[in-house]
Design a protein around this ligand. Structure first.
Ligand code: FAQ
Length: 335
């Protein structure tokens, strides 16, 4: 979608680097100009000069984000055939399809940084690239579909609204549409929870159980605490990230706790207290060992998610082959 505008020559163009002293001064000047553009809230576009580390940071974050959207289709896809009504099935189908679309916009945005989609997919399939920890948890009951919409999409929106102002144009623009769709997902998830919470005792128990299982993993979605976050400082200096991991986590908690109370559900954190002086809900300790285990590939569903993804890639090989053959045939005809 964006790659037509990419001028690969401009990306490669480098000054004469025969003299390392000159090259160093030129780099320092370019870096300073680049930072001035960032500070002035100018958008960086694909053909603009950018520091290599800025480019790599974006490729890493955008591709991880894309992989998350694609792997994120699995936990909910698991419930399409078992949705309790036609209305619920239609909404869930559309939601899962939206997540796929988000993955595609994001791969396209990453491609504007001079990296091929095939390469990014290979990194995912080889286990080199990460995807969000949250998608390694199972969806055991229908209430999990409500909890994912309410909490996982809710957390995604909290993180992604500031990304609409990310300094890199193609990522920021992709986020605008993604956020609109995620807002709809969040509402449909909350409506499922509301229906269950107002239903029979058994349904209310299902809703509470889903909240119990998804709450802590959702807080982990925002990434490690600021004190150990490796990339936050540079990403905030470059206005890729506008808020730190802990700031976004706090915003999410403050927005979500009252929603849980409205549902008549209990947030599974005995230490949760409202600090009237600051106006924030203070949470208990997060189990960062669990987070590390899940990110390292040892979560409850990591192996299943990757096996499914690899199988899907294999199953789709004939489609890619056919598309290539068709393009080749058209090229030959035109020649
Ligand atoms: N899971 O230095 P930081 C969605 C890694 S989309 C796994 O703080 P950063 C929609 C991090 O990559 C959900 N790994 O990193 C949906 C880094 O490792 P690396 C995805 C994580 O980048 C809903 C290391 O830890 N959203 O839900 C996680 O500055 C429903 C150190 O961390 C995005 O990707 C994690 N949770 O901040 C779909 C949003 N957290 O790369 C379907 C864009 C951290 O050096 C159904 N991404 N790590 O090997 C971001 O905003 C950032 O990348 C953060 C992490 C905030 C996730």
């Amino acid at each position: 979608m964006y790659t037509q505008a990419l001028n690969a020559q401009a990306l490669d163009a480098e000054p004469d680097r025969a003299d390392p002293g000159v090259a160093k001064v030129e780099d320092a000047v370019r870096l300073q100009r680049f930072q001035e553009r960032i500070d002035a809230e100018e958008r960086i576009e694909p053909n603009d000069w950018m520091p290599e580390l800025y480019r790599r940071t974006l490729v890493r974050q955008i591709s991880q984000h894309a992989h998350s959207e694609i792997i994120g289709m699995q936990p909910e896809g698991n419930w399409i055939t078992r949705a309790p009504s036609l209305r619920r099935k239609a909404a869930l189908l559309a939601k899962v399809q939206d997540e796929c679309g988000h993955g595609l916009y994001l791969y396209a945005a990453a491609e504007t940084l001079g990296v091929a989609r095939e390469e990014l997919v290979d990194q995912l399939l080889s286990g080199k690239a990460k995807y969000s920890s949250i998608f390694n948890y199972p969806t055991l009951t229908w209430a999990d579909i409500g909890a994912i919409g309410w909490l996982v999409d809710g957390a995604a929106i909290m993180n992604q609204i500031p990304l609409c102002r990310c300094s890199y144009g193609p990522y920021a623009r992709a986020m605008i549409r993604v956020c609109k769709e995620e807002s709809f997902h969040q509402r449909q998830g909350y409506e499922i929870m509301l229906t269950l919470a107002r239903g029979t005792d058994e349904q209310k128990e299902m809703a509470q159980d889903a909240l119990n299982r998804w709450w802590w993993p959702c807080l982990m979605m925002f990434g490690p605490p600021d004190t150990v976050s490796q990339h936050s400082d540079s990403s905030m200096r470059w206005k890729i990230k506008r808020f730190s991991n802990d700031e976004l986590r706090q915003k999410f908690i403050d927005a979500t706790v009252p929603q849980a109370h409205y549902l008549g559900l209990t947030v599974p954190d005995p230490a949760l207290t409202f600090d009237a002086a600051s106006g924030h809900w203070r949470h208990g300790p997060i189990d960062w060992d669990e987070f590390k285990q899940v990110v390292a590939g040892n979560g409850p569903c990591n192996a299943e998610r990757m096996a499914r993804r690899r199988q899907t890639e294999e199953d789709g090989a004939w489609v890619r082959e056919a598309a290539r053959a068709y393009a080749e045939k058209n090229r030959a005809k035109a020649a």
